[in-house]
Design a protein around this ligand. Structure first.
Ligand code: NAG
Ligand code: NAG
Ligand code: NAG
Ligand code: NAG
Length: 956
């Protein structure tokens, strides 16, 4: 799946400097978990639907469990192929229900003697044949045992058949079922998505099978290792088009049950897993190209989006990205076509169904006039991520979900390589440091983190499987695989991949198979201290990562498990005692040195030393003060002697080491002194993310003045730089990341009171107000400009934005405006906006909590939002508490500035006062808020005086 927990880049830039701070990431992670939990809890009727007997035969034993009480299928039966016919109805039936009907024949062989057939089946009403839920026969009319009894098990989602006698080992059978299911709007299995075009409501039937929802579309052996060939037929109304994983080979008009229909037959699929199936019926249209050796490449979307040419960009990059992977993997694209489709309702960001990839509209459709550079980059990386899976994940699939990190971590790493090939001028490969490595460091530095890899037995039921889709799997997986590729070198890694993909094509693997394939390719005899397997196990089987400390005066180097909170206690034991084999790339006096392996301790040189060049290893670095001084003075005199990544890393390491009390806060602040000379995005972004915590802690204190003055001094040259290169703001910088840094420059300059910045923004916004049909603001800058213009303006500016919000037709434009409306400094407007947020006629229900959070980001809005949430808690909880994705972040968002004893008391009082109401999915967030407030109080007490003194000295 694409990144479900995608934290958007360059979107927020709200009131404060930036959005994505370490804390935000931590919160995002806990939301992700909460969401999964909420999802799984919010399904009371999970399992079979009524209509058939759902109670198993009476069982009195508690142990051993019956096989149908276990979440994993028994290993006695193996599917070979399925013939599946599905007929979704895009109009409701007389009961007002959207349904689909279908039938399936699964051919399977018996590999262990058994008189039970257990197959997944969820929420399907099965037709009975002589009282049983299925028919069984031997292949080609051979005999099969007769069915004694059949029943459904809701909890484990099984159809169970008990036979009169055993199946014969080595024989092949056919199980035939007929069923009816609901085409619900639940975004799972075979579901429906609705949208309006020209005032007409349209319905699309589409699917999301990963991880455990194929069983909701037809009875199947729904585990990734049980691959089979699928012969799919879709029946659909005339005037619609049916898509599936393979190419259609026939489409005939017919009349079934008196209904005129089309019957579309697809060529047999390759041998594949059920979770990668896709079925879609819509009236979408497509654009196509055949540029890759006659491979059919199509982009599908709503007609209006295609007419507006919103699919062109995706089509342009797909061919090159597929070519890149063919070369990189040394393996041709395994299928005869590549379809990608943008859906109006979609839970994840995207899903890598083999040959028919599904996307959220924002992840596939690019509008050349209205979309920003950030939108475009997201499309490129998401496409690159999903297409990487066409081989890694789809052609070769992991045995079980416990190894999900390898699948998603891998795609999260190579997505940057594919995107770099498609857009070579964007420096995509550097960005992994900001968007994956630094992001996951924040989460993995907590005592509550967990290892990448889990044992297969620990992951059984659907909620345990869902939990695997988290930041650790995606981003740490990416960082660790990148490190493997860096120390073995890219050619060795790529040859290993190629051998892995060719050896296991159409099969399944466990993560150690990749280690073996990669290790075998290390024929050049790259010196490594142990086997690839043993080195990698230290990174995959224990959580966290080390901080490597080098003392250049004594020549010692050591490693220690890095924990952000020095007072936290790790209660998860590790067989490796939190020691890693650390591959260290390093530089001395600007010269790259031979790779050094830190196993325990060692020696080093005198001159300035820089460790972990280009952040190629997954660890943080600390130095003796002498070396820190040398690095800081290098930054101040000749920062370009270090790569952008290393500049960003020095800043990020120093700030995080300071949070962990390993170095002083002043040392961290000193890494930002050279920024007045910095023009590159990655170091600036890294600094602003880290300074955001300071801003939150101090923007209501006397430190704020000095903080603003210092930041203003640092940002001014950057602002002038962009003014010059954009010829007085009339052009867009050509460099991709320069466009992002221009947003930072304007945002920070305006916030810190750079006069010409304010004038610029006011002028743009005024021009737009005078001529609403002619927005002069570049899409890249809209979010930033709207927010500042509303902050500087009054009721008129606010009302204008409100009108524009109500009329916005593009979802991303509406989102920008909704967030900017929270930027006003007028308390009465903020209070009114808080009221609006709970009025579904004004703010869609799904956006309510995030609107309140935007208001709380605003220093003026924070106390108003807190009072509002406290006063309305029981109403908010009843209306928005259950099943809402963002609910838990409401508490974390509103309390993120809390740093006084008084606020801590208020928070505790709030908890006590509302115990009878409850906190639902925000329960954990409330506990965390209390914990974080306590930590903030401590941090502010310890650091405020030093910070104020340093900033005061530096800002004059
Ligand atoms: C499945 O469909 C294929 C193609 O139409 C056909 O050749 C095959 O016999 C069918 N299998 C079963 C078990 O009906
Ligand atoms: C399945 O059967 C139950 C009980 O008869 C009925 O309530 C439900 O609507 C049926 N579902 C579908 C999709 O037909
Ligand atoms: C797609 O490629 C064509 C041909 O190179 C180019 O003219 C067009 O501008 C591109 N479209 C987008 C949206 O990038
Ligand atoms: C690619 O694969 C072919 C055959 O499978 C092999 O002969 C060739 O050496 C491989 N090339 C690389 C660069 O691995």
């Amino acid at each position: 799946m694409g990144k479900v927990y995608y934290i958007s880049k360059n979107v927020s830039l709200g009131i404060l400097v930036l959005a994505a701070i370490a804390l935000a990431t931590i919160i995002a992670l806990s939301i992700a978990y909460d969401k999964e939990r909420a999802k799984n809890r919010g399904k009371p009727g999970d399992g079979g639907t009524g209509g058939s007997s759902t109670s198993p035969p009476p069982t009195t034993h508690f142990t051993p469990k019956e096989p149908w009480d276990r979440y994993r299928l028994p290993d006695s039966l193996v599917p070979v192929s399925y013939n599946v016919t599905l007929w979704p109805r895009l109009e409701p039936n007389t009961d007002g229900l959207y349904i689909f009907t279908g039938n399936s024949k699964v051919v399977f062989s018996c590999v262990k003697e058994t008189d039970l057939i257990i197959i997944h089946c969820n929420k399907l009403n099965l037709t009975t044949f002589s009282g049983h839920h299925a028919k069984l026969s031997g292949l080609s009319e051979a005999a099969a045992p007769s069915i004694q009894k059949s029943w459904l098990v809701e909890k484990t989602a099984y159809l169970v058949l008990r036979l009169h006698s055993s199946l014969t080992v080595g024989a092949t059978y056919v199980l035939h079922t007929e069923f009816q299911g609901e085409l619900a709007d639940d975004l799972e299995g075979f579901y429906r998505s609705e949208y309006t075009e020209d005032g007409v409501k349209k319905v699309v039937a589409t699917s999301q099978m990963q991880a455990t929802y194929a069983r909701k579309a037809f009875p199947c052996f729904d585990e990734p290792a049980l691959k089979a060939v699928f012969n799919v037929i879709i029946i659909h109304s005339r005037g619609t088009v049916a898509l599936s994983n393979s190419r259609d080979i026939d489409s005939a008009e017919s009349v079934i049950d008196g209904v005129p229909v089309k019957v579309t037959t697809f060529e047999p699929t390759k041998r594949m897993s059920t979770y990668l199936l896709a079925f879609i019926v819509s009236d979408f249209v497509s654009i196509q190209s055949n540029q890759n050796n006659n491979l059919l490449i199509r982009i599908w979307a709503r007609k209006k989006a295609i007419d507006d040419r919103q699919g062109d960009y995706a089509l342009n990059v797909t061919g090159p990205i597929l070519q890149f992977y063919e070369r990189y993997y040394n393996a041709t694209y395994p299928l005869s076509k590549s379809d990608q489709i943008a859906l109006p309702d979609f839970n994840a960001g995207a899903m890598e169904n083999w040959g028919l990839v599904t996307y959220r509209e924002t992840a596939l459709l690019y509008d050349p006039i209205l979309s920003s550079t950030g939108n475009k980059e997201r499309i490129t990386t998401v496409i690159s991520h999903e297409l990487a899976h066409m081989w890694f994940g789809n052609l070769v699939t992991l045995q079980w979900w416990n190894d999900l990190w390898l699948n998603e971590g891998f795609a999260s790493y190579v997505e940057y390589l594919g995107a770099d090939y498609a857009e070579p001028t964007w420096n995509m490969k550097d960005q992994i440091v900001l968007y994956d490595v630094h992001k996951v460091f924040a989460v993995d530095a907590l005592a509550s983190s967990h290892p990448l890899s889990r044992r297969a037995e620990e992951v059984n039921d659907p909620s345990q499987i869902s939990e695997m889709f988290n930041t650790i799997s995606y981003s740490k997986g990416a960082a660790v695989l990148r490190m493997l590729s860096e120390f073995l070198t890219e050619p060795v890694f790529a040859r290993g991949l190629s051998s892995y993909l060719n050896t296991f094509a159409f099969g399944n693997t466990v993560y150690t198979d990749l280690h073996i394939c990669v290790a075998v390719q290390n024929t050049q005899g790259m010196q490594i201290p142990d086997t690839v397997h043993n080195i990698m196990n230290r990174w995959t089987l224990q959580m966290g990562f080390p901080v490597v400390t080098v003392d250049t005066s004594t020549g010692t180097i050591n490693q220690k498990h890095f924990l952000l909170d020095p007072e936290s206690v790790v209660d998860r034991p590790s067989e490796f005692n939190y020691m890693w084999f650390v591959p260290i790339k390093w530089m001395k006096s600007g010269v790259e040195q031979q790779l050094y392996w830190l196993l325990e301790k060692s020696a080093s040189g005198q001159e300035w030393v820089l460790l972990n060049t280009n952040m190629s290893g997954y660890f943080r670095v600390n130095y003796d003060l002498g070396n820190w001084d040398r690095l800081l003075s290098l930054l101040n005199t000749n920062h370009q002697a270090l790569s952008v990544i290393n500049r960003a890393q020095i800043i990020d390491d120093a700030f995080n080491l300071a949070r962990a009390k390993i170095v002083s806060t002043t040392l961290a602040l000193r890494t930002t002194k050279y920024l007045s000379k910095e023009r590159d995005y990655i170091p600036w972004e890294s600094a602003l993310r880290n300074l955001d915590y300071y801003l939150l802690m101090f923007d209501r204190t006397e430190v704020y003045g000095a903080f603003q003055a210092y930041l203003k001094k640092q940002i001014q040259p950057l602002f002038e730089h962009f003014k010059t290169i954009t010829e007085n703001w009339t052009k867009v910088p050509t460099g991709h990341t320069d466009q992002y840094n221009q947003i930072n420059a304007i945002g920070v300059a305006c916030n810190t009171g750079v006069e010409s910045c304010r004038d610029l923004i006011k002028t743009w916004y005024r021009q737009w107000m005078e001529n609403p049909n002619q927005n002069p603001i570049h899409p890249n800058l809209k979010g930033t400009v709207y927010c500042r213009a509303i902050a500087f303006g009054g009721v008129e500016e606010w009302e204008f934005a409100w009108e524009m919000f109500k009329n916005a037709t593009l979802a991303s434009e509406a989102a920008r405006l909704r967030s900017a409306l929270a930027c006003t400094k007028a308390p009465w407007l903020l209070n009114r906006y808080l009221e609006y947020s709970l009025d579904p006629a004004k703010i869609r229900k799904q956006d309510a909590t995030s609107t309140i959070q935007s208001i709380a980001r605003n220093v003026v809005g924070m106390p108003l939002a807190w009072n509002f949430v406290r006063a309305r808690w029981s109403y908010i909880f009843q209306q928005y508490g259950e099943g809402s994705f963002s609910f838990s972040s409401l508490i974390s968002g509103v309390t993120q500035r809390f740093s006084t004893e008084f606020e801590l008391q208020e928070l505790k009082q709030f908890k006590e006062d509302n115990l009878h109401v409850g906190f639902g999915s925000a329960t954990l967030a409330l506990e965390q808020a209390i914990e974080k407030t306590t930590a903030n109080i401590r941090w502010v007490t310890e650091n405020k005086a030093h910070v104020l003194k340093w900033l005061t000295e530096e800002s004059t």
